[in-house]
Design a protein around this ligand. Sequence first.
Ligand code: 5GP
Ligand code: ZN
Length: 144
Amino acid sequence: MTCIFCSIARGETHSYIIYEDELNMVFLDIYPVSKGHLLVIPREHYESIHDTPYKLLARTWFLSSILGRIYRVEFDAPGVNIVTNSGGAAGQVIFHFHVHVIPRWGRYGGFWSGRHRLTEDEAREVIDMWRDKTGIIIDALNNI
Ligand code: 5GP
Ligand code: ZN
């Protein structure tokens, strides 16, 4: 079985990468609901929260929270959603554990409203926004 997120983690499928280290990878969702919609994954393949080892689960959620905090504190986003869909019944489509980090820049119009195909220009803008934030992420990760 081929897994698209494994392929992204191996660098075989293109993605716009915001941050990566030996355990995790953060890249842009190709159908963002808002500018800066991120996906946080463990590099290793696990289906969802039920089979991801606790340490990796904790690390992935912590990293997701750090990114959410950076949206609130550094980018002044008025809101952020940090969510995982676990199981088809919850809307999970890609069965490689991932956390959505969705910044909210304006009036809330419903969870998935505003969905669109990611454009090259939008991706470049978000990559630029995050370019100098790697140090903050690493400092925070080292703080627990
Ligand atoms: P979920 O499984 O939580 O419902 O959502 C999977 C997410 O992955 C969706 O938001 C979808 O837009 C995103 N996605 C699906 N395929 C790809 C892909 O090939 N590349 C990227 N960057 N995102 C993808
Ligand atoms: Zn996978």
